[in-house]
Design a protein around this ligand. Structure first.
Ligand SMILES: Nc1ncnc2c1ncn2[C@@H]1O[C@H](COP(=O)(O)OP(=O)(O)OP(=O)(O)O)[C@@H](O)[C@H]1O
Ligand SMILES: [Mg+2]
Length: 209
């Protein structure tokens, strides 16, 4: 295996709208670390091999990305990502902060973005079903520290304090939240309606602000 990067990398991982950028950038400032994102690394360094015009996204060149992030040496970084695999393969993160948000609160956050209704619903559904938990389990199996952070009802400042406290004390943290069992029947019905109606509608319309 290739030589691994320094251990002072904190990954902030979660579904869009769960607060990765706000919390990650503030955390980086507090720690004196640099802040970056997977998207920025890919675009800045050309770690992509194609552009998917339908999904309006770049297709990542995995090997280029991997050797690029293996090359991160002697830096302290907070890195925001919605994909853990390359970071688990290329480096030993000090901590993964797994940001979670109540699906109804996430919907309220995402509907303020000028995103197609379907994209909003897909992400609310991903959070509801906990689709990122599989990747977190892989990280836990590898012995990486994970702090699951529910950002639904805390301030950005409060979230940063919680992470700093965890870094110092490594207190117990149970993972992972299962919204399906936490939501009341009414809440679940409301979320299912949002997901269902987005799927019934055309996918290209934009949400009103
Ligand atoms: N405690 C909180 N922590 C973080 N964000 C919060 C919090 N409370 C409310 N928010 C809101 O949630 C949204 C989070 O946006 P942010 O861009 O940080 O998410 P993200 O996870 O980086 O999304 P993306 O994956 O699209 O980059 C913001 O609109 C912010 O105002
Ligand atoms: Mg972000």
């Amino acid at each position: 295996m290739a030589d691994r990067g320094v251990d002072e990398i904190i990954i902030v991982f979660g579904v869009p709208g769960t607060g990765k950028s706000l919390i990650g950038s503030k955390l980086a400032r507090r720690l004196g670390y640099r802040f970056t994102t997977l998207s920025w690394l890919v675009l800045q360094n050309g770690y992509w091999r194609d552009y998917d015009s339908q999904r309006r996204s770049f297709v990542i060149d995995y090997d280029a990305l991997l050797s690029g992030i293996q090359g991160i040496r002697n830096y302290r970084y907070v890195i925001e990502t919605h994909w853990l695999e390359p970071f688990l393969e290329a480096m030993n993160p000090l901590l993964i902060v797994f940001t979670r948000t109540h699906p109804m609160i996430l919907f309220e956050r995402l509907r303020r973005r000028a995103w197609p209704r379907k994209k909003v619903a897909e992400n609310v559904e991903a959070e509801l079903l906990g689709v990122l938990i599989e990747e977190i389990k892989t990280a836990l199996d590898k012995g990486v520290a994970v702090l699951e952070l529910d950002t639904s009802n805390i301030s950005v400042q409060g979230a940063v304090e919680r992470i700093l406290d965890f870094l110092q004390n490594r207190d117990k943290n149970r993972c992972c939240i299962d919204w399906l069992s936490r939501l009341s029947e009414n809440e679940l019905e409301e979320v299912m309606n949002i997901i269902g109606s987005a799927n019934a509608n055309r996918g290209d319309e934009h949400l009103e602000q």
